[in-house]
Design a protein around this ligand. Structure first.
Ligand code: GLC
Length: 435
């Protein structure tokens, strides 16, 4: 994995970060002292809290119960935050700014690491204690900041194209579409059949929140454009980026993306897909298990999963996922460290995959024949994660994603022409991301 250089860092702050923590690699000139200080930070045993967004896949409490059974004096309690990634981030920041010890373990979106680490809201984790070498490299990279480990991957996440195989079959469409033109052509065929009458064509996450940043970055990358280049410089005002954004603008305009999808986050879209009203859905792996659950889903065994489409060939996912960090202000960090090791172990990841279909960080699980038999999409998912494009790695991530959401939402809803939205986004990003 190529480590994208960090941009937008306030130099003074970054220097303070380097000086205050330390990994155990002995490569920072003060190896011995850094090692002692890092390990000393992981002290204290007793009750902990596990702060996490809404448990959309339903297995988290079971994992915590299993831990609690064996640790009567070090009980973990879940604090559940809202479903939207942006609201989770805000609550975690409020907690950190008041230096509260209420939150022990933070289940962090992969895009928050730079901001939280640079602000010294996280505990620097000794690499000798947390072995992440068996995990997918792009996911591990999101848990690091300036070569130090601040979190341990809990879930990797890659976008997938869920499609109604039964409806494609009925319409004589033999293969999942690889390009947007093929997606729209398949929709036009399916809606002409009696089985597909009245079905909506496509949805993703288009509400004005982090999911929109994910989806817009995907269409832009899938058209040969980019939001920022490999060095972190904004590059969003290009014909390629416009071509990508216009995929969504046009589909909203012509109704292939149904009107209500403009308000969809992951869960609204999932329920719509499970109600049988949607042909194609861009979604994370967690939907696989839930959409195959008898009783609540009408599409059990009727769908399959393919790579995301692009403009002239397959597209690329935005890299998603979650990492577990320990708040800098928490008590009982030794317990927290053990809990993180427990819940990120290969055994726990395997059990979580079986229960929830969420993407594990552990690379070997994707090639396990028993698991591939149960989840045939695993090779597609592994490729999606390994080929995924990161979102901007910046300390001011909150401002960057707000700018992306505001400008592109205006374009998608027809309020601003897409070239104007992208040009204004380029200006905003230029101000926020200083070389
Ligand atoms: C998923 C991804 C996360 C992303 C979020 C957007 O939770 O894992 O990285 O930011 O969706 O809604």
């Amino acid at each position: 994995m190529r480590f994208t250089p960090i941009v937008g860092v306030v130099v003074g702050l970054a220097l303070t970060v380097s000086a205050c923590g330390g990994d155990d690699g002995g490569d920072d000139g003060g190896g011995g002292t850094a090692k002692q200080s890092t390990e000393a930070q992981l002290s204290g045993r007793g009750p902990i809290t596990f702060v996490s967004g809404k448990d959309t896949s339903g297995n988290r409490q079971k994992q915590v119960d299993a831990w609690n059974k064996d640790h009567p004096n070090e009980q973990a309690r879940i604090i559940e935050l809202p479903e939207s990634a942006d609201q989770q981030r805000e609550q975690m920041i409020q907690n950190a700014q008041t230096k509260s010890d209420a939150y022990t373990i933070l289940n962090m979106d992969v895009v928050w690491t730079a901001e939280f680490a640079a602000n010294r809201w996280l505990t620097d984790l000794p690499k000798s204690q947390f072995d992440v070498s068996a995990m997918l490299p792009p996911t591990v990279a999101t848990a690091q900041y300036r070569d130090r480990l601040y979190a341990v991957p809990l879930n990797a996440d890659g976008g997938l194209l869920y499609y109604r195989k039964d409806l494609l079959d009925a319409a004589g469409v033999k293969e999942a579409p690889k390009t947007w033109d093929e997606v729209w052509a398949a929709c036009d065929k399916v809606t002409k059949t009696s089985e597909g009458k009245g079905v909506s064509c496509y949805a993703g996450q288009f509400d004005k929140y982090e999911g929109l940043t994910v989806n817009v970055s995907e269409v832009i990358n899938g058209a040969g454009g980019s939001v920022v280049d490999a060095s972190g410089k904004p590059t969003v005002n290009t014909p390629e980026a416009k071509k990508g954004l216009d995929v969504l603008v046009q589909a909203v305009k012509d109704g292939r993306i149904p009107k209500q999808a403009i308000t969809f986050k992951e869960e609204e879209g999932r329920r719509y897909f499970e109600s049988g009203k949607l042909l194609f859905h861009r979604q994370w792996p967690y939907q696989y298990a839930l959409a195959n659950k008898k009783g609540t889903s009408k599409v059990v065994d009727k769908f399959a999963v393919a790579p995301l489409p692009g403009v002239s060939g397959p597209g690329a996912s935005t890299l998603g996922g979650h990492n577990l960090a320990i708040s800098a202000f928490a008590k009982n960090k030794a317990t927290a460290a053990d809990f993180i090791k427990f819940i990120t172990s290969e055994e726990s990841q395997r059990a979580d995959l079986l229960a929830t279909s969420q993407a594990p960080p552990n690379a070997a699980l994707y090639d396990d024949p028993e698991l591939v038999k149960k989840f045939p999409y695993l090779p597609t998912l592994k490729a999606s994660i390994l080929g995924a494009k990161p979102r901007p790695i910046v300390v001011k991530y909150g401002d960057v994603t707000t700018a992306i959401q505001e400008e592109t939402y205006n374009a998608i809803t027809g309020k601003t022409p897409s070239d104007q939205a992208l040009s204004s986004l380029q200006t905003k990003l230029g101000q926020l991301i200083q070389p």
